[in-house]
Design a protein around this ligand. Sequence first.
Ligand SMILES: [Zn+2]
Length: 284
Amino acid sequence: MAAGATLLVAAVVATGTLLAAGVWGFGAAPGPGAAPVSNTRPTASSTPSVSVPAIPSPEFTPVPTPSATEPPPAPAPPAFDRAALSIDDPTSPWFVVNKLRPIPDGANYSPPDLVDLPAGMPNPNGYQMRADATAALDAMFQAGLAETGVQMVAQSGYRDYSVQVRAYDYYVNALGADGADLTSARPGYSEHQTGMAMDILDTVSGCSTDGRCFADTTAGQWLAGNAYSFGWVLRYPDGKTDVTGYEFEPWHYRWVGVPLATEMHATGIATLEEFFGLPAAPTY
Ligand SMILES: [Zn+2]
């Protein structure tokens, strides 16, 4: 502080001296008839030539920027291997079933590890699913409830071949064959028969597995944004009927595992057909 004070005093003295010199610079007091000089007289603000040395202060100490202390960027993750699992084996999480890709020997296929859904999960029709999909569904329902306060419902899970025969016939009778094919799979072509698909509704909206109602609900919106992190994909997205063969089904989710669901989310590729480079399957 003593050094700073000394500098300040020196600066004030120097400034005063120069100001005085400026005044004196006009020479003798103006005589009669002399032009007024007041307009040209320098003012204190017009003497910037006086330079006062900066006083060192902690405020001016250079501070390292955060970027200087950040670790180097992590190496890029390895490219996603789109051939890591089978898309042809109906037991594979990546199995792709659509109107051009029936379940092999579908009339006789049933998944290997069906389990009951957890006792606390709303499951009004008593459906089962495969074990890994069931665990992922439970985790997703619990997270959704915690984050939104809305309880989701397992509306329809594994359906065996004979159940799909009845379901499809029901829709044919109600809608005709063309209408039925837009909303219900023919027997042997249903993702529900894999034990890895679930129709999800909630306990509060009153929506059903029909139309677009569920898409605008709290649960439907939460699922659309978060299901991927639990390994689920919205299998029949809006605007993809020409690829999937089905109208928008905001309730129908398919478990494919976290790695694939996350990769599809990250790349913005909405359907399994497009992701794996498979032909579009609008019709049988
Ligand atoms: Zn479904």
